[in-house]
Every structure is written in structure tokens, then in C-alpha cells.
Design a protein around this ligand. Structure first.
Ligand code: AMP
Ligand code: ZN
Length: 460
């Protein structure tokens, strides 16, 4: 089955064909590194990683770019509020660079633990200010910008006929919009800042600022992604991803800027968006409170792979409800799967029937829950051959360490009981040995006596 991906722009599953032969250019909106990323954010990155792995599985070569937003993202997500990084820097009494470096490091620690493959290019906004200024100049030359009363440079959305096409925005509604306040600096509520000028800002003493043709200041959040993606992937590229919250503003504005500057349409062929990880029935987000970090789960003795399994058990376009009960289910199921796989004997062939079924599920817009069902069918199939090799191949996409031998930390209490049981067996005291086995079971572990010696595992 050809690879089909749901495209937010066309509102259907499109058959994926790269622009350049077998090479794929892919841009992932990266984190704003002002705080720890939460497990909602990581749903977006595990989704992008799964997409990357599916593309590779289809024989394509990937150039994936991910940005780090270390300036310009305001607390209001639009043109209002304080720069998130600067605000945190003041709070923690550190420099904005220290804040960005610290949280970027933390982000990648979790990113790696979750088995996400590193994008080919990771780029920081603050290292691409020149590219942003150049892009704004191109927009200015085309008459698509204006200077607000506050001195900021705005994108004039009235100049683009198809502004809002990604989100299918009803523009008239927006104009008189009850939700969006028109501020006195811009002509239209949906216009947005390309360059903030310090002079006009409510937040004086901005630490991150650069010279520009419009005055000292800093870039808007949206221009960062346009400038960096065009720089590394060219004026038209294949896929752009992010969470669904980015559709109406951030990605809509990225399209306006990029297509406005280059005149080439569509700028991006396929737009893909993951749905939210929900917590207490709302999107998990820092501003709404109640976030969980990967470390919080590790502290409660869940593993990163328990979380990855949990993410993959839902389709990326459907909301996923986080509860500890749901995570417990994923943990138990994953552990059971690993235990079964650990008993499968090595053999050389791949089972093509199962692999095809798996590939069809993944190629159908990354249907990971279906692909997991295929995996389970395979591991439970008593007659089939070539299990291990097939599972290994499937894990190239799942990224679940399915064949990795687990180093389980056995509590001292359990290992002492195992030793005592060994001694009892040596004395041929079978009654005592059985009693000790029961004690071990009660603590959640099982002992297996094999030719190679005693194996202790977690009980599923
Ligand atoms: P941010 O650092 O806020 O720019 O977010 C990083 C990524 O996480 C973006 O792609 C967001 O759309 C995504 N995201 C934020 N919250 C959630 C959530 N609760 N579930 C899934 N994705 C999310
Ligand atoms: Zn972006």
C-alpha cells in the first residue's frame, strides 16, 4: 500500500510523493525552551519521530529540521505578553541564554530517553536572526508589511487572498471577532508582528535584542520557523508537523510569510498535526497547570518505553487521555509483550505476510494502534516462523526496544530470597524451595530454573 498521510491543508489522506525523488524535507516545530517539556509536548515529538521512521521504512532519505525557540515566543502566543524566556530568566535570576541552554539540555535528555531519533538539523532561533531580517526585508519589498504606531513591523494579512487556508479561517468572523481584541497598533486583528522594536514595547530592558533596519529589537515567533525552514529545506518542501494548537495562528502565519515572500505555492506539501494529550479532560499545558514531566513518571517507576507504548496505543490524530490507570495498562501490556518476545527463539527469515500487514497499517496515516495489534497477533501465533526477525523490523518504526534485554533491578529482598531458594534446592529441601518461590511471587517476581541457571523476571 502506498504511504498515505492526512494533510491538514487538503483535509484528506494524500498519497505521499516527495518533491525530490527519494529525499524528504521535513520540519518539526521544536520546543520553546523556557521550561521543562511535559509529556503532552513529547506526544508531538514521538509522533514526528514515528513519521520519520515510517518514511525511512518506505526507503526515503530524510532531512529533518527541528528548531529551538529561544526568543520571540510571547506568553500570549500572539503579539501580546512578555517573552517567555526573558520572563523565566528574570524569575530564576539567570541570563536568557542560561535558561535556554538549561531547558534545551533537559529537553534532549528526555527526547533521547524516549528513543526519538535526532533530526539532521537542530537550529536555534537566536543563531538565525540575519536570515529572519532578510526574510522580513523580502516581505517589505513586496509590500506585505507595515509599521505600527509602536514601531513594530507587522505582516499585512489583507494583502493575501488565501490567508487562513490551513485552518479554513472564517475571516469576517475574525475581523469582528469577539475573542480577538484589535489593538490600536495594527490594522487588523489577524495581522501579526514580524519584528518587535524595543522602543515600542511595554517590556523595557529586553535582554535579547539585535540591530535591524527597523530599530533594535527581536523577531516574532512565526518568522523564526519560516526563515529557518527555508534556509535548510528550500523554498518548497515536503512535510511540516506540530501540535494541532499551531494550526490557526502559528502555522497559518508561517504559510503567509513564506508564500508571501517567495510567491511559491504551496510552500509545504503536507501539513500534519497531532492531537492533544489530555489531562483532567483538558489539553495538558503549563498555563492550565497540572503538567507531568517524563521524570515524574520515572520517579513512579514507569519507564520511558511504557510512555512510548502508551502514545503509540492511540492514533496521533485522536485525543489521548492521560490517567495513571491508562499508563498502568500500557506498562503491563508492554512488559507482557517483552516477556513473550524474550522467550522467542532466534530464526533467520522474515514473515512477509505479517510484515505486509504491519506496513499497510503504518502506511495508512500512521495507524500505530492497528500496527500494535498486528504485532500482538504475530507474537501470539504459535505456528508461524520468522517471528524474531519480523519483530525486529517492526521495531524500526515502533522504537520500543522490543528486543533489548532488560536490565531489571531486582530488589535486595528478592535477590536474598532467590539465594536462599538456591541453597534450599541444593539441600533438596523442596518444600522450603516452594515456599520461597511463593514469597518471591508475592513480591512481583518469578523465578525460572533453566539449563543456563536461574532467571528472575518481573511478573506480568
Ligand atoms: P511549545 O514548546 O509550547 O511550542 O510546544 C511544543 C510542541 O508540543 C508543539 O508542537 C505543541 O503543539 C505541542 N503540544 C503542546 N501541548 C501538547 C499536548 N497537551 N498534547 C500534544 N501536543 C502538545
Ligand atoms: Zn514553528
Amino acid at each position: 500500500m502506498p504511504l498515505k498521510l492526512y494533510n491538514t491543508l487538503t483535509r484528506k489522506k494524500d498519497i505521499f510523493k516527495p518533491i525530490h525523488d527519494k529525499k524528504v524535507g521535513m520540519y518539526v516545530c521544536g520546543p520553546t525552551v523556557y521550561y521543562y517539556a511535559h509529556i503532552g509536548n513529547f506526544r508531538a515529538y514521538v509522533f514526528a519521530d514515528t513519521l520519520r521512521r515510517v518514511l525511512k521504512f518506505n526507503g526515503l532519505k530524510i532531512k529533518q529540521v527541528m528548531n529551538l525557540t529561544d526568543v520571540g515566543h510571547l506568553t500570549g502566543d500572539g503579539d501580546e505578553g512578555e517573552d517567555k524566556i526573558e520572563k523565566e530568566a528574570k524569575k530564576e535570576r539567570k541570563t536568557p541564554e542560561e535558561i535556554a541552554d538549561f531547558y534545551a539540555k533537559k529537553f534532549f535528555e528526555d527526547f533521547d530517553k524516549l528513543n526519538n531519533e535526532k533530526p539532521e538539523i537542530i537550529c536555534k532561533a537566536t543563531e538565525h536572526i540575519k536570515d529572519m531580517i532578510q526574510l522580513i526585508k523580502r516581505l517589505e519589498e513586496k509590500g506585505l508589511t507595515y509599521i505600527g504606531k509602536n514601531g513594530n513591523v507587522y505582516f499585512d494579512t489583507s494583502k493575501l487572498k488565501d490567508y487562513g487556508k490551513l485552518a479554513n479561517l472564517k475571516l469576517d468572523k475574525l475581523k469582528s471577532g469577539a475573542r480577538i481584541k484589535v489593538d490600536e497598533d495594527k490594522k487588523n486583528s489577524r495581522d501579526f508582528v514580524l519584528w518587535f522594536v524595543e522602543k515600542g514595547s511595554k517590556y523595557k530592558g529586553h535582554l535579547l535584542k539585535w540591530d535591524s533596519p527597523w530599530g533594535e529589537g527581536w523577531p516574532g515567533w512565526h518568522i523564526e520557523c519560516s526563515a529557518m525552514s527555508i534556509k535548510y529545506l528550500g523554498e518548497q518542501f515536503d512535510i511540516h508537523t506540530g501540535g494541532e494548537d499551531h494550526i490557526p495562528v502559528h502555522h497559518t502565519n508561517e504559510i503567509a510569510q513564506s508564500e508571501g515572500a517567495t510567491g511559491k505555492k504551496p510552500w509545504v506539501k503536507i501539513w500534519m498535526h497531532n492531537s492533544f494529550l489530555q489531562f483532567n479532560s483538558e489539553k495538558m499545558s503549563k498555563s492550565k497547570g497540572g503538567i507531568l514531566k517524563l521524570q515524574d513518571l520515572l520517579d513512579k517507576s514507569y519507564s520511558p518505553m511504557n510512555l512510548r507504548y502508551f502514545y503509540l496505543s492511540g492514533h496521533y490524530k485522536k485525543p489521548l487521555n492521560f490517567t495513571f490507570k491508562n499508563l498502568d495498562n500500557a506498562k503491563t501490556t508492554y512488559q507482557r509483550l517483552k516477556n513473550i518476545i524474550s522467550e522467542i527463539k532466534e530464526d533467520k527469515k522474515i514473515n512477509k505476510t505479517y510484515l505486509k500487514e504491519f506496513e499497510n497499517s503504518m502506511n495508512d496515516d500512521l495507524n500505530t494502534p492497528k500496527a500494535l495489534q498486528v504485532l500482538w497477533k504475530l507474537v501470539r501465533d504459535k505456528k508461524t516462523k520468522g517471528k524474531l526477525k519480523t519483530i525486529k523490523k517492526m521495531d524500526e518504526i515502533f522504537g520500543l526496544d522490543l528486543l533489548k534485554k532488560e536490565e531489571i533491578k531486582i530488589p535486595e529482598e528478592v535477590s536474598n530470597l532467590v539465594k536462599e531458594r538456591e541453597n534450599a534446592r541444593k539441600r533438596k529441601d523442596w518444600e522450603m524451595a516452594d515456599e520461597l518461590r511463593n514469597k518471591i511471587n508475592k513480591l512481583g517476581y518469578v523465578v525460572n530454573d533453566t539449563k543456563e541457571g536461574v532467571i528472575v523476571k518481573k511478573n506480568d
